[in-house]
Design a protein around this ligand. Structure first.
Ligand code: GLN
Length: 536
């Protein structure tokens, strides 16, 4: 089948869940037997979100091929179980960088370089780069931002041109908000009408309108929206608030989203989607047999989005163990020696989060001491693993002021130091050790028990690493390297064999956890937390 394009725009307000709707639609089409990829177009000027503070834009997600991307790509992977790549996230910054680089190379000699056609052509090329691979029946393109934003104009214009070119092989879905006025107990359609008008002004007529709502939208409201927005009544669907994001594919199936998309493109599909696995997952999610509480120690805890993939990996691992994982976000800056017992004693497991810079480091280290000394299951991810190494150096090896050179360049014990290859690099964008690298796991280890494999591959995002000069000292004192990247001789996993479950990983296992393929380390960590709780 030739590639068909599905564009998803948003109106009225941001954060309505375009990413989840796109991922859910992909999920349903895949369950019908199609191949699907999802691309996110982000209107901001950063070339990628790698340099963005998580307060600004939530977690930075990392793909197999090392792209630093929007967190929506995490949802795409979790819902579809298909890896994304550099091609799946495009920002305005990237588009302009490419066009300006070409201009400097003389590719447009003699021409005035303009938004139309040069920028819009570049956007189209990026969209087609996924379709032209021939690998996908459908490419879903989620356009970030809200219709009416100045920044998203060139993207909408590129879609308008592409629609014209592609004839019937595309569909535009517009996601809007239908607010409920509690004073009059009414759902209001006017914002949706205005938002579709704004889209029409930019030359785009939506084919399907999805209304985000807190209450059921009845037939007469659907008719009203259809009438004002030039769509069929059956093309007005609702996306009602769900208990969990994982309910959305089933809710969308109930609304007939996949059917409507296929009908609009005149595609006949006899096969109904196979959703058995998904339903079973949801059942286990809703009716867990056990529960544990895990503390997530980080410095961006005011904002759930900063640790999205970790939180979702716990959802998947919880379901695998038929266990509800209650996550308590604990601010590392609020942990000190005097209050750590009171803050941490009720936890069944402690996870120390990834991060950069000095803020909150000492609180993380104190939490690790507490986990180590009290035999509480511990998982340290990236900076969390590095903090575990620092903690061990200071409190077991008694190396006063041991540190990472990221935080204290003049430490007498640089147990975490910059990677050799990083020392030559000066710029900050896309310059870390990024993406998937192989790792060899030693057999007698917690990691091996979890993975059941000596050869694994995990995604990375860091500049610093375990300093091998000290490895012998650490191993003699009881901190063992159980995972090594042999090509670069880098320590990727550390463990304390004397502790019931104490694992630190230099990579980010959370990026690879999906509904269909939960992550072995998270599954093992939750299991260890359940065991700990049982004993207590
Ligand atoms: N700041 C650390 C480094 O660059 C850890 C990075 C992370 O946690 N992702 O090595």
């Amino acid at each position: 089948m030739e590639t068909h394009y599905i564009f998803v725009t948003g109106g009225v307000a941001s954060s309505l869940g375009k990413g989840i709707i796109s991922a859910s639609l992909a999920n349903l089409l895949i369950a019908r037997g199609y191949s699907v990829s999802i691309q996110k177009l982000d209107p901001y000027i950063n070339v990628d979100p790698g340099t963005l503070n998580p307060y600004e834009h939530g977690e930075c997600y990392v793909t197999e091929d090392g792209a630093e991307t929007d967190l929506d790509l995490g949802h795409y992977e979790r819902f579809t179980n298909i890896p994304t790549s550099q091609k799946n996230n495009v920002t305005t910054g990237r588009i302009y960088l490419n066009v300006i680089t070409k201009e400097r190379q003389g590719d447009y000699l003699g021409q005035t370089v303009q938004v139309i056609p040069h920028i819009t052509d570049e956007i189209q090329n990026r969209i087609k780069s996924l379709g032209n691979t021939g690998d996908f029946d459908f490419v879903i393109i989620e356009i970030g931002g809200t219709v009416g934003d100045i920044e998203s104009l060139p993207f909408i214009e590129a879609v308008r041109q592409l629609r014209w070119e592609k004839g019937g092989r595309n569909v535009v879905i517009h996601l809007t908000l239908v607010p409920f006025l509690s004073a009059t107990r009414e759902l209001k359609t006017k914002p949706t009408q205005h938002s579709v008008k704004a889209l029409l002004e930019q030359g785009l007529q939506p084919d399907i309108i999805i209304c985000r709502t807190e209450h059921d939208i009845n037939e007469s409201l659907r008719k009203k929206i259809a009438l004002f927005c030039n769509v069929e009544t059956q093309s007005v669907l609702q996306s009602i608030d769900a208990k969990s994001i994982y309910n959305v594919p089933l809710l969308m199936y109930k609304e007939g989203l996949d059917k409507e998309v296929l009908r609009k493109m005149n595609i006949v599909c006899e096969k109904e989607p196979d959703l058995e696995y998904w339903k079973e997952f949801l059942h286990k999610l809703e009716f867990p047999k056990y529960n544990v509480t895990i503390g997530l120690i980080g410095k961006y805890v005011e904002l759930n989005d900063a640790y999205k993939s970790i939180i979702e990996a716990f959802t998947h691992a919880g379901v695998a163990n038929e266990c509800k994982v209650k996550i308590e976000l604990i601010h590392s800056e609020h942990i000190n020696k005097d209050n750590c017992q009171q803050q941490l004693q009720h936890l069944d497991g402690i996870l120390v989060a990834p991060g950069f810079g000095i803020r909150g480091i000492e609180g993380k280290i104190i939490a690790i001491t507490y986990a180590r000394e009290n035999n509480i299951p511990f998982l340290g991810i990236c900076l969390g693993m590095q903090c575990a190494v620092i903690e061990f150096a200071r409190n077991v090896l008694n190396w006063e002021n041991a540190h990472s050179t990221e935080i204290k360049p003049d430490t007498p014990y640089p147990v975490i130091d910059m990677m050799e290859e990083q020392k030559k690099i000066s710029g900050m964008g896309a310059t870390m050790r990024l993406g998937a690298y192989p790792c060899t796991v030693i057999k007698d280890s917690k990691a091996f028990t979890a993975y059941q494999s000596e050869h694994i591959s995990e995604r990375h995002r860091h500049r610093y690493e375990f300093n091998n000069d000290y490895l012998t000292d650490f191993e003699k004192a009881g901190l063992i390297a159980t995972g090594i990247n042999k090509n670069q001789n880098l320590v990727e996993i550390i463990e304390l064999p004397a502790h019931p479950w104490f694992v630190g990983v230099q990579f980010h296992p959370e990026y690879k956890s999906t509904v269909v393929k939960n992550h072995p380390l998270f599954v093992a960590f939750v299991k260890a937390a359940m065991k700990y709780k049982d004993k207590e």
